[in-house]
Design a protein around this ligand. Structure first.
Ligand code: GLU
Length: 304
């Protein structure tokens, strides 16, 4: 079977399974989504672009943006970055405060909220016009100028962002946040509100399958070594406290978000994005996980 057939067949199969997930209700605006939506898109290095279902409908990518903000911060600070944030799986929930206190305000990794808040602080300190510069970076990478933030979602999250505010203030008390907490949080919520579709997402992440180079114009986004490190972090920390399970069942580096999106990368081959808004108990898309598990099995494309 070729890849298109596998994607199409699995899309039809998984679309009809009972969706046992629930919408992320802790951000009120995220509940205003058609919970039956389901899309998938694959982009390969040998120019296959194929999608099924709602792959052209945009959604809130939430924590998936943490990979992109990390990439931008890594380009800016280089290895110095790792003095401010660790590279170890946390084993706690993504918005936990517990480790931070014990570990002196150095977040375990850049994909838990604490780590992404430090990364947002780094970008705030280093970019001239942070919201615009970050969006330009993403637009250029994806070749889609229509990608944008959702003010509604950012505002909705800000209104209930007590835990993120607590994380930011706790880190600041240890001296690991340079800017005003309110400014860092505003930027962090804006980053998380970024919206795009599965096609944009798989195109955007393809440079991580291509040694850090964009595919169309071979622009270098990261060095080969930096690319390897970002993929390694996605592998060990990309799925909250279900990262081991994702490695076990799917076997690709990737990142999920509470908007129900998942993007995964097979170095030297492809990037694939799935979106289905209902989440399993660990906060990952229920049907997205099922789809990717069966996809790597059928196409024999786990990296292991
Ligand atoms: N903006 C969300 C938060 O900070 C991101 C959560 C996620 O997608 O993991 O809670």
């Amino acid at each position: 079977m070729d890849i298109k057939e596998i994607v199409q067949d699995l899309y039809l199969k998984i679309k009809d399974i009972e969706d046992k997930g629930n919408l992320a209700s802790y951000i009120p605006e995220l509940e205003n989504v058609d919970s039956t939506s389901f899309g998938v898109h694959i982009s390969t290095l040998d120019n296959l672009n194929f999608g099924a279902g709602n792959y052209q409908d945009k959604f809130s990518i939430q924590s998936i943006v943490k990979v992109l903000s990390l990439v931008m911060a890594y380009r800016t600070l280089g290895e110095e970055l790792w003095k401010r944030v660790g590279v170890e799986a946390s084993g706690f929930s993504f918005n936990s405060l517990i480790q931070l206190e014990v570990e002196n305000g150095i977040p375990r990794n850049p994909f838990i909220n604490a780590g992404a808040i430090v990364v947002a602080d780094i970008l705030l300190s280093n970019l001239k016009d942070p919201k615009k510069d970050f969006l330009d970076f993403v637009k250029n990478l994806s070749n889609n100028k229509n990608i944008g933030y959702s003010n509604k979602i950012a505002a909705s999250e800000k209104e209930v962002g007590y835990r993120n505010a607590a994380l930011c203030n706790l880190i600041k008390s240890f001296g690991n946040i340079e800017n005003k907490s309110a400014d860092v949080l505003d930027f962090y919520f804006t980053l998380c509100s970024l919206e795009m579709n599965c096609e944009d997402l798989s195109n955007l992440f393809l440079f991580l399958a291509n040694d850090g180079y964009t595919v169309d114009d071979r622009k270098q986004i990261l060095t080969r070594s930096q690319t390897k490190r970002i993929n390694a972090l996605m592998q060990s920390c990309g799925f909250y406290d279900e990262s081991g399970e994702f490695t076990f069942k799917v076997g690709l580096p990737g990142k999920s978000g509470v908007g129900g999106g998942i993007v995964a990368v097979h170095p030297s081959q492809f990037a694939i994005a799935v979106w289905s808004p209902k989440l399993n108990k660990k906060g990952n898309s229920y049907r997205g996980m099922r789809f990717l598990e069966e996809f790597t099995t059928k196409s024999e494309s786990s990296i292991f």
